[in-house]
Design a protein around this ligand. Structure first.
Ligand code: MN
Length: 263
């Protein structure tokens, strides 16, 4: 099929509903849960603030508009390679310079929700990815790999979402060998339902925070705080994840969409 025919077929399928658009984005506002780093590690991103400029009133009689205060790494957001020290020297490693062709890609979804329901500290390993590949085929080069954990069901409550106690946050994520394996496969990015791309306890891994350290070292991307991953097939969907074109941005809140066959 020619590229033109492919697009015509896709346009028809979108109109008919044979291909549906699924929103993988959590609501973004003052109640959005944000990561809380212990003070000895570093500063935190500020709470999101929304301020009215006018609301059809004396400050603007016919229009409403707002301005907001918003950290780059807030809510459903994209991590650019420059976010981590290991990725700081790559070319095209910021939100304004990443090639746009990388913002539309096939997506593999690895369902770990049963394991995470039993153990919030569940870690997906390279062997876990290989077991998934036995059932669904090899992760194609250039694909996003998403860890479906069910964690987004906690997104309405910051305490439940962060799930921290006196030993730190307890939330699922990848092992070092998992990230090394998907990089070897040629994955373009790693996405999760949790507040960040790494597990709550990933500060104790070697290297610490492997989804950040290793993915960004490989000039690849991250997506955090995704929702609705239970509406995606294991393979066969297309992910659209385009961060705002912040100049030299290390990340960006974004609307993440998936094109999914309506089965
Ligand atoms: Mn981030």
């Amino acid at each position: 099929m020619s590229a033109k025919n492919t697009l015509e077929t896709l346009a028809k399928a979108l109109l008919s509903g044979d291909v549906k658009v699924v929103d993988l984005t959590a609501p973004l506002g003052p109640d959005t849960p944000l990561i809380k780093l212990p003070p000895e590690i570093g500063k935190n991103t500020p709470k999101i603030e929304v301020h009215t400029i006018s609301n059809y009133d004396k400050d603007g009689p016919f229009w409403a508009w707002n301005w907001f205060k918003l950290g780059e790494h807030s809510g459903t957001h994209f991590d650019a390679p420059v976010h981590w020290i290991t990725g700081k020297d790559h070319p095209n490693n910021t939100t304004d310079t990443i090639p746009v062709s990388n913002f539309v890609a096939p997506v593999c979804v690895i369902d770990c929700s049963a394991e995470v329901a039993k153990n919030p500290d569940f870690l997906l390993t390279a062997d876990g990815v290989k077991a998934w590949e036995k059932n669904h085929g090899a992760i194609p080069k250039g694909a996003w790999v998403l860890m479906r954990s069910g964690w987004s069901k906690r997104n309405g409550s910051e305490a439940e979402f962060l799930n921290a106690d006196n030993t730190g946050p307890h939330s699922p994520g990848p092992t070092v060998d998992c990230i090394n394996y998907i990089i070897e496969r040629g994955a373009i990015g790693w996405g999760v339902e949790t507040v960040g791309t790494d597990a709550g306890q990933a500060g104790g891994m070697d290297p610490p925070f492997p989804a950040h350290n290793l993915m960004h070292k490989a000039n690849r991307y991250g997506l955090a705080s995704l929702v609705n991953l239970d509406q995606l097939p294991a393979t066969g969907a297309v992910l659209i994840a385009a961060p705002l074109k912040f100049v030299r941005g290390t990340g960006s809140p974004l609307r993440v969409l998936a094109l999914v066959p309506n089965s």
